[in-house]
Design a protein around this ligand. Structure first.
Ligand SMILES: [Zn+2]
Length: 203
């Protein structure tokens, strides 16, 4: 039997599911919430509920969005035929912050939601590759920039996609290794990311 009243034990159990939150932290957060005002507790509960209720994936690029298509895919000022492929939605922010001699990135995105990882049982079917290949197949794309991280999984994913797209008339490029090999592009600064984009090479 838990040494906490049921509602407290339940909250601790839920908090423990968050990344980096162990039993000790979960208890601390739960007791903090118990002491906080009704308004603060309600605001947190509502923010969590609203996250799931109002956010979805863009039907074109799989970005996390509250409007569909997302702001990038719906933008008339962005080049819809230049598609930057990234692993996770958070990587879009890294590319958006990139400022190089040619300015900022003016294309759109495609989010895979992961990388190929045979060790963890992640194959092409587990990634959102099909809708990207379909976009290219319909002739909607001039260039696909493969902006996966220069890690083992990122490179394997880039190679797999380049092979899958090769039979279509589309330019396929890979970001330069301005991003240090083995590192996650999420941690690239704006200059490094801009160099990686501008120095991209054909695959
Ligand atoms: Zn989109």
């Amino acid at each position: 039997m838990s040494r906490y009243a049921e509602p407290m034990a339940r909250l601790i159990e839920e908090l423990k599911k968050l990344p980096g939150v162990g039993a000790k932290s979960a208890q601390r957060y739960a007791f903090h919430l118990l002491r906080s005002s009704d308004e603060d507790a309600a605001a947190l509960a509502e923010a969590v509920r609203g996250l799931k209720a109002s956010l979805r994936l863009c039907s074109i690029c799989n970005n996390v969005t509250d409007i569909d298509p997302c702001a990038y895919c719906a933008s008339p000022s962005r080049n819809q035929r230049l598609v930057c492929v990234v692993e996770e939605p958070t990587n879009i922010d890294t590319v958006e912050r990139a400022r190089g001699s040619q300015g900022s990135f003016q294309g759109v995105y495609h989010v895979l939601h992961g990388t190929l990882s045979p060790l963890h049982g992640v194959g092409p079917d587990q990634l959102r590759t099909g809708s990207l290949i379909a976009r290219v197949e319909r002739g909607e794309v001039d260039e696909v920039i493969l902006a996966m991280s220069p890690t083992l999984e990122g490179e394997a994913t880039a190679d797999w996609l380049a092979t899958a797209l090769r039979s279509f008339s589309v330019r396929i490029t890979r970001i330069a290794t301005g991003v240090p090999a083995g590192s996650d592009i999420e941690y690239a600064d704006e200059v490094t990311m801009a160099r990686a984009l501008e120095g991209r090479r054909d695959m």
